[in-house]
Structure formats: structure tokens, C-alpha cells
Design a protein around this ligand. Structure first.
Ligand SMILES: Nc1ncnc2c1ncn2[C@@H]1O[C@H](COP(=O)(O)OP(=O)(O)O)[C@@H](O)[C@H]1O
Ligand SMILES: [Mg+2]
Length: 243
């Protein structure tokens, strides 16, 4: 099986708001897939559906071949999820935060994994520091470590770099490509077009509608004359508004 995530005709409404209005796309294993769109596009709704935290009104959602709501227990070990407003425990140390997340996932023997992740993220010297006293970029990395300690195959990251300074963002991306090279599949949402360019494939979302889903260079090539993905997005939006 090479498909990691499958969405087909997915709809989800909150009252009169159509958060997702018939969205379909697939994420293959080993991809760095970007869910791209501004506020209200439906990114968080899509990721929460993939986590099985909410149920679709219609359509099909499959994650690693499973139904994330009905087969939730099969996925908790295999999926790492970083929510948009992730919460570390500020009054716990780096080590204690990791221990907490390991326990939540029922991971017993995680010392080696933890040490390896702390080395990779250069957090090792700060193991005894309270999370509240870390810089923003360090908090972000610690949150990522916490989602990885149970060795998931698939990472779902909801706007992990929003509001993070440019240097930390670049460092964060370097980490993501290392995890990718270890065979982990990553789906992340972002409002930033420069990040979209770095994905193997993207889904462009606007107000619950999928505008396009392809690899960034193909999207640029299909829209003759446009140089950046941002232009592609703006053109697609203009067409959507005109239709
Ligand atoms: N729990 C909720 N109750 C009501 N409306 C919601 C809720 N969650 C999301 N929405 C609405 O659904 C739309 C999509 O939201 P969301 O999935 O959070 O988008 P994004 O993450 O791309 O900003 C927005 O219009 C938002 O206001
Ligand atoms: Mg969101």
C-alpha cells in the first residue's frame, strides 16, 4: 500500500459554514505534503478529520488504510499529531514533557529515541529547562519531539511554523527533511507560499474548496506565464470568484 491518506468527496459543515465542501486528494507514503490556504480555508478541519477527532458529514477519509474514527485505536501508535495551538506543559522540563507524551502513547522504552531526537533538534543541553523558559523556536522543536517519541509513520502538523521566526523556520524545515529521509510521511498545513514550494505535492484550499492538488512545479507549468506558486494560487482564486 502506497497511499497514506485518502480523502474522497469529504464534507464537513459547522452550522451554515461549509468548512470542507467536497474535498478529495491522496497523500502517498514518503511525501512531504502541504495543505495550503489562508485562515478559514479548512486546513484544521481536514487534519482533525484525519486524526479521527471529528467525523465527516459525507465522503471518505482513510489514514494508513483505516477509518480514523472507527479504527482510532489502530492509528494512535502510527500517527503523530501536532495541533495548531499545541500545548507543552510550561511548568515541566523538556525531559518531563517528553516523558508525559511517551506515557500518553503508552511507550515504555523510549530513552534511546528521546536522546536521538534531542540530539537531532539540538535540545540536549536544555533537558532540565522548564518549557516555559525556552525560546519560541525551541518550544516548536520540543513539540515536534513530543509527537515523534512513539515513532509514528505519519506526521500531521497543523501550522507548525506560523508565528515562528525565519531562522527557526528554516531549522524546522531541515528537521522535517531529515525525518522524511527516515521514511516518515509528513502532511503539514501552512499559509506560507514559500513553504508550499518545498513540498513534494500540495493541496490548495480556499473556504472549504480544493482549488488544485499537484506538485508545485506542475502547478506552475500548467499556469503558463506564472512564475511563482503564489501567482498560481491567486489565478485559481480569481477564477473561483468569477465562476
Ligand atoms: N468548531 C467550529 N465551530 C464553528 N465553526 C468552525 C469550527 N471549526 C472551524 N469552523 C469554521 O470552519 C471554517 C474552516 O475552519 P478551519 O478548518 O479552522 O480553517 P483553517 O485551519 O484553514 O483556518 C472557518 O470558517 C471556521 O470559522
Ligand atoms: Mg487552522
Amino acid at each position: 500500500m502506497t497511499t497514506a491518506i485518502h480523502l474522497a468527496g469529504v464534507r464537513k459543515a459547522y452550522g451554515a459554514t461549509r468548512a470542507l465542501d467536497g474535498v478529495s486528494f491522496d497523500v502517498e507514503r514518503g511525501e512531504m505534503f502541504g495543505l495550503i490556504g489562508s485562515d478559514g480555508a479548512g486546513k484544521t478541519t481536514a487534519i482533525r478529520l484525519m486524526c479521527g477527532l471529528i467525523r465527516a458529514d459525507a465522503g471518505e477519509v482513510r489514514v494508513l488504510g483505516r477509518d480514523p474514527v472507527r479504527e482510532h485505536r489502530h492509528l494512535t501508535e502510527r500517527v503523530g499529531y501536532l495541533s495548531q495551538r499545541f500545548s507543552l506543559y510550561g511548568d515541566l522540563t523538556v525531559d518531563e514533557n517528553i516523558a508525559f507524551f511517551a506515557e500518553v502513547h503508552g511507550v515504555g522504552d523510549y530513552d534511546r529515541r528521546r536522546d536521538e531526537l534531542l540530539e537531532m533538534t539540538q535540545l540536549a543541553p536544555f533537558r532540565r529547562r522548564l518549557a516555559d523558559r525556552l525560546s519560541g523556536g525551541m518550544k516548536q522543536k520540543l513539540a515536534l519531539v513530543c509527537t515523534l517519541v512513539h515513532q509514528p509513520e505519519l506526521l500531521l502538523l497543523d501550522e507548525p511554523t506560523t508565528g515562528v521566526d525565519p531562522v527557526s523556520r528554516r531549522e524546522f524545515w531541515k528537521l522535517l527533511s531529515e525525518f522524511l529521509s527516515q521514511g516518515i510521511t509528513i502532511l503539514m498545513s501552512t499559509p506560507y507560499m514559500d513553504e508550499a514550494e518545498r513540498c513534494t505535492r500540495v493541496a490548495l484550499l480556499h473556504e472549504g474548496r480544493l482549488l488544485a492538488s499537484d506538485d508545485p512545479s506542475r502547478l506552475r507549468a500548467a499556469a503558463a506565464g506564472t512564475v511563482s506558486l503564489e501567482d498560481v494560487f491567486i489565478n485559481l482564486l480569481a477564477k473561483e470568484v468569477a465562476s
